[in-house]
Design a protein around this ligand. Structure first.
Ligand code: ADP
Length: 398
């Protein structure tokens, strides 16, 4: 029996899943997340029935490296395997640049090319690639496959990829790419399952987690998205600013004397919900607070989401569907209600009870726009790609 592992290694968390290969397809076996790496890492894994099968804290927690955690994770996966053998590992790789869209086997040349994209995704790409290298050291012969978060947006129209800058910069790769592609690919697939003929038609999908973005999809394909050159663009996020007057960046450096490094830290790690509230990047903590700054951070998050969603409607030429996904999108009825309220002019009418219940469809029967809540599953998308590659002609053995 064979199994595959998927990994999504970020700066403070590693999500993982183990799947068993079946004659046709695959089956989720176990998965979970190591959170709060760097401060107090803890692991929780569940089996296919949703039961917690492992909970673990580490001693001397702040000194534990990603590599050490991966080693522990791999050792635990080995205990889960029984008579099964891991035959490949699939990774979420945030940035594939202009050259890499389809999932592919990682070799030295690809790793070098992906290293060069680290400055475009400093919060994610170094950790994605460090996980690949750590596993190469642990299991040198195990094929590892890169699945790119930019891939789903690879066929955006040239105009959508263009930034209003001199053309020569576009040729050097300074263009819009789009992210959260594995999540949107899952949403597009679910919509195709639900409505095979037109996959929901003209849809805005809202991935609202720690990172947040919107994707305008027509018949299941990305035609625009709020993240651009980097995953810093677009919506206000947990700790990222989202879209900002570029003059602010100049002012911070030229007038306030901040270094480029300091500005990077400010925009990626100290802004967004955390920066505006001064309290937390976690939406649940902000709801629980009675500080006016927490309320203002939530107000601004909602305002930005509705405003940028509205900005996608002309490209779509109208709106048939709206999908909420990721931590906030799947669980936070209050934020969903407020975004939908701001978009009521576009034909969204919310069913308050269905929304409170996190139902699959949360719009009223006569809403012009069908509003859904669809749990994302980036791991399943990665597993699909790995299985497709394993079973493709020639396979992936080195
Ligand atoms: P990541 O980008 O790290 O995968 P998630 O998709 O897990 O992020 O989303 C994290 C966000 O979701 C946090 O702001 C968290 O507060 C929020 N969230 C998770 N569960 C809930 C909930 N039940 N109600 C409101 N917000 C929630």
């Amino acid at each position: 029996m064979k199994a595959i592992v998927t990994l999504n290694a970020g700066s403070s968390s590693i999500k993982f899943a183990l799947y068993e290969l079946l004659p046709h397809g695959f089956r989720f076996d176990a998965g979970g997340k190591i959170e709060e790496i760097g401060t107090a890492p803890r692991l929780r894994a569940r089996n296919a029935a949703g039961e917690v099968i492992l909970e673990r804290d580490w001693q001397q927690a702040n000194a534990i490296s990603h590599e050490h955690l991966l080693e522990d994770l791999f050792a635990w996966a080995a205990t889960q395997l029984g008579d099964r053998e891991i035959v490949a590992i699939g990774h979420r790789i945030v940035h594939g640049g202009s050259d890499f869209a389809a999932p592919r086997l990682i070799d030295d040349a690809l790793l070098d090319a992906l290293d060069a994209l680290i400055p475009l995704a400093p919060l994610h790409q170094p950790h994605n690639l460090a996980a690949v290298r750590a596993l190469r050291a642990l299991a040198p012969h195990l094929p590892q496959i890169a699945c790119f978060d930019t891939g789903f947006h690879h066929d955006l129209a040239p105009l959508t990829t263009r930034l209003p800058l001199p053309r020569s910069l576009h040729e050097r790769g300074i263009r819009r790419y789009g992210f959260h592609g594995l999540s949107y690919e899952h949403i597009a697939k679910r919509l195709r399952d639900i409505e095979p003929t037109h996959a929901g038609g003209r849809v805005i999908a809202a991935h609202l987690g720690n990172g947040a973005s919107l994707c305008a999809m027509r018949e299941g394909k990305s035609i625009d998205t709020t993240m651009g050159f980097t995953a810093l663009d677009g919506l206000m996020m947990g700790t990222r600013s989202g879209a900002l007057d570029p003059g602010v960046v100049l002012h911070l450096q030229i007038q306030l004397g901040m270094s480029a490094q300091e500005v990077e830290t400010l925009l990626y790690r100290q802004s967004g919900l955390l920066g505006v509230s001064g309290l937390s990047n976690d939406m649940r903590a902000l709801h629980a607070s009675d500080a006016p700054e927490a309320a203002e951070a939530i107000d601004l998050f909602v305002r930005q989401a509705a405003r940028q969603a509205a900005g996608l409607i002309p490209t779509l030429g109208g709106l048939d569907g709206f999908v909420f996904t990721a931590g906030i999108g799947e669980n936070d009825a209050c934020i969903r209600a407020r975004i939908c309220e701001s978009l009521s002019w576009a034909g969204i009418a919310l069913d308050a009870d269905a929304n409170e219940a996190n139902a699959a469809v949360i719009s009223t029967g006569d809403s012009k726009v069908l509003v859904r809540v669809i749990p994302t599953d980036e791991e399943a998308v990665i597993a699909h790609h790995v299985v497709d590659l394993i079973r493709s002609e020639g396979g992936i053995s080195r």
